[in-house]
Design a protein around this ligand. Structure first.
Ligand SMILES: Nc1ncnc2c1ncn2[C@@H]1O[C@H](COP(=O)(O)OP(=O)(O)OP(=O)(O)O)[C@@H](O)[C@H]1O
Ligand SMILES: [Mg+2]
Length: 502
């Protein structure tokens, strides 16, 4: 797109020279000796730059500039002045001119100052659009997606090389979103982000290769939540205006972050309420189901007596289905109050084997390796609740397997400490791991990041381990994997009880 330049000078000869030079530089030029004509032109079209002579009659360059700015507030103006009036030129800059040019023109100076003024213009160009984009972004969405959009829009509207949005999470700055070309150095961007967060205002640093790094803090009520960092190409030099622009954008990003946090809190509150409701509904279903089961059994017996084999087997199917429903209902109500443990001698390694093969059958991911490293010195049996423990370990193993990509590895390890009677079961995966935000909520009822998940697995596992007087801990690194450790204090089964099935 050709850029439009307005030139106003009451000296016809200078006007002609300038017009020719600017056209040779590839600009679309409107040259006039008449201030009123210039004002009219700005009413009709947007200009990218204006060159105004300082000494003009009846309206001087500064007054003309101010009138032009009333019509196009961000129009960069270069004031032209002859030697000896530098003070007035400085005054012009203070009153809103971008820079001044001394007459007669030095070729390189003209080119350089026009270049700089245009670069600035580019930065400021889409301020209104930016505001609109920001407001849209702030209104909704999943945080990662919002931040991606912020980064993308920043690169597009500022013509920066790249943009990275950092977020502060438990003292660490994590790059949450980026756009543009990948940065040659992350630490430089991170350092800029930290400095801007410390200062609380947008800050400029020299770039890694060329250009500059500009960082603007993301401020939420509690303080800086991160920073929006851009790196500019060499030809674009950030100015005060740019800093203001970035501050504007980063404040929109901060609002987006805050809104998303709030939304997530609301969502988890709603889910918890839903959970309580489900528990209540399940409770209400229990009695009618018990009745139904009784009638079905009755029917089955009667039909069997009258010799109606088909009828009896239908009735049997009904009571079987009702039994299944009743089991589901009691699983749900179990969240209301923890179940009592029914301890029996349990061969823990066999129970773990069972869970592994069951979980394996449910997973379709190819090429997964499962390792079992059992401590041979562990007591063969201990008094535990096999039903409950099976639920807990199955969930933990399933979570591990579900996190794996093809070629991933799951390891189940046991370790026995005879002195403390502590049996440690470790389930470790080489899956995607989880960020701190997820980690802090995995035990919440109904918290899930899976499209088909119920968010009950971890809550079940912890309550089972707790009931056994044990401890469950989780350690996870994003991109590396997760290690879940269940520490149980167990009572080995005396010799004579050994051999009983788990
Ligand atoms: N080994 C793991 N690796 C990565 N993320 C995990 C792991 N274990 C748990 N998580 C995270 O914790 C969340 C909660 O786990 P939880 O088992 O409670 O529910 P779920 O697996 O989503 O659903 P389900 O009720 O089907 O088990 C998961 O959605 C997942 O984000
Ligand atoms: Mg699970």
């Amino acid at each position: 797109m050709t850029r439009r330049v307005l030139v106003v000078d009451d000296d016809a000869a200078i006007l002609e020279v300038l017009e020719m030079r600017l056209m040779a530089m590839g600009f679309d030029v409107m040259a006039t000796r008449d201030a009123q004509a210039a004002l009219g032109a700005v009413e009709d079209a947007r200009f990218d730059l204006a060159l105004l002579d300082l000494r003009m009659e009846p309206m001087d360059g500064i007054r003309l500039m101010e009138s032009l700015h009333e019509r196009q507030p961000r129009l960069p103006v270069l004031i032209m002045t002859a030697h000896g009036t530098i003070e007035t030129a400085v005054d012009a800059v203070q009153r809103g001119a971008f820079d001044y040019l001394t007459k007669p023109f030095v070729r390189d100076e003209l080119r350089a100052k026009i270049g700089r003024a245009l670069a600035t213009r580019r930065w400021a160009r889409d301020r209104e659009r930016l505001l609109a984009v920001g407001q849209t972004l702030a209104s909704s969405g999943v945080m990662e997606r919002v931040l991606d959009a912020v980064a993308q829009a920043t690169v597009e509207t500022t013509e920066a090389e790249r943009c990275v949005v950092f977020q502060l999470q438990q003292g660490r700055l994590l790059p949450m979103a980026s756009a543009g070309s990948p940065p040659p150095s992350w630490p430089a961007l991170e350092t800029a982000a930290r400095a801007a967060m410390d200062k609380g205002v947008p800050t400029t640093f020299p770039g890694i290769e060329t250009g500059a790094i500009v960082a603007a803090p993301l401020l939420v009520q509690r303080g800086p939540a991160g920073a929006l960092v851009i790196e500019t190409p060499s030809r674009v030099e950030p100015t005060e205006d740019d800093l203001e622009l970035l501050a504007l954008f980063s404040s929109q990003a901060a609002v987006a972050i805050r809104n998303t946090h709030e939304l997530e809190r609301l969502r988890s509150g709603a889910l918890a309420a839903l959970g309580r409701m489900a528990t209540q509904v399940a409770h209400e279903l229990k009695n009618p189901l018990a009745g139904l089961r009784l009638y079905a059994r009755h029917l089955e017996q009667r039909l069997a007596k009258t010799g109606d084999g088909d009828g009896a087997s239908l009735a049997q199917k009904i009571s079987g289905t009702v039994d299944h429903l009743a089991a589901v209902v009691s699983e749900i109500t179990a969240f209301g109050r923890p179940p009592e443990l029914h301890r029996a001698p349990v061969a823990l390694h066999a129970l773990l084997d069972e869970c592994v093969s069951f979980a394996q059958a449910r997973i379709t991911t190819e090429g997964i390796e499962i390792f079992r490293i059992y401590d041979p010195t562990a007591p063969p049996q201990a008094m535990l609740d096999p039903r409950e423990l099976r639920k807990a370990f199955l969930n933990l193993i399933l979570n591990g397997l579900e996190s794996l990509a093809p070629g991933g590895r799951l390891t189940v390890t046991t370790a026995w400490a005879a002195d403390t009677k502590a049996l440690t079961v470790t389930i470790e995966d080489t899956g995607g791991g989880m960020p701190d935000e997820t980690l802090s909520r995995i035990f919440d009822l109904f918290f899930t990041t899976k499209p088909q998940g119920t968010g009950l697995g971890m809550a079940i596992a912890r309550s089972v381990i707790d009931l056994h007087g044990g401890e469950l801990s989780v350690h996870s690194v994003v991109g590396q994997g997760t290690r879940v450790v269940a520490r149980l204090t167990i009572e080995p089964v005396p010799r004579r009880a050994e051999g009983t099935a788990p």
